[in-house]
Write a protein that binds this ligand. Structure first.
Ligand code: ZN
Length: 203
């Protein structure tokens, strides 16, 4: 509990197929709001000081002992350090294994060329920070539902997030966070209708 007044550093709506990135200082909190529900938010993060240290999906899952991240879990770097702690989660279902969509994978999966994609949005979000293709690694998809069945099969299925569901991520060091608000329309990750999200950074 704190008696200090919270300061809003940024409060922004990101349209469907939009991208966003900023450095979040240690102790600040990033809230990601699924405004209309069932909207996948592709997410990557890096040490702001040295972006060669970045989110590591496998280690994050190993430390959490689950593929489904929620309140209390850490988002870890490849150096075993916490980038973020998930301090609130009103949805309870997020994806760590499905990765981001790309024009190339849409062509393989759906036989369509030149689609908008999270990979393209990540590249746009990373460019102002001097990062690019080599810096895109396995990512978190907030609000995306990818269950794994006992036989090992997995699929992207209908999301369970409701309008206004959110996650709060507290930065444990200075972190560069980037987002693609997923434009996918060929599987249920966005309810076949991508919608806006909101990001709020608080000190
Ligand atoms: Zn996507």
């Amino acid at each position: 509990m704190t008696t200090e007044t919270e300061t809003i550093i940024e409060d922004r709506v990101i349209p469907a197929d939009g991208h966003w990135g900023r450095i979040i200082r240690k102790g600040q909190t990033l809230r990601i709001v699924d405004l209309e529900g069932k909207q996948a938010v592709d997410f990557l993060c890096y040490s702001a000081e040295d972006p060669s240290e970045r989110y590591n999906a496998a280690d994050t899952m190993k430390y959490a002992k689950t593929i489904f991240l929620t309140t209390g879990h850490g988002v870890y770097s490849d150096m075993g350090r916490r980038l973020f702690t998930i301090v609130a989660d009103t949805c309870g279902r997020h994806d760590t294994i499905g990765g981001c969509c790309s024009a190339e994978s849409n062509e393989v999966r759906y036989q369509v060329a030149d689609t908008p994609s999270c990979r393209r949005n990540f590249l746009r979000a990373l460019a102002p920070f001097g990062l690019g293709k080599k810096d895109i690694v396995a990512n978190i998809n907030w609000f995306m539902n990818v269950p794994v069945n006992p036989d090992g099969s997995m699929a992207i299925v209908d999301g369970v997030s409701r309008p206004g569901d959110h996650v709060d991520l507290r930065a444990e060091m200075d972190v560069l966070a980037v987002i693609s608000n997923c434009p996918q329309t060929r599987n249920p990750c966005n309810g076949f209708h991508p919608t806006p999200i909101r990001v709020i950074v608080r000190a």
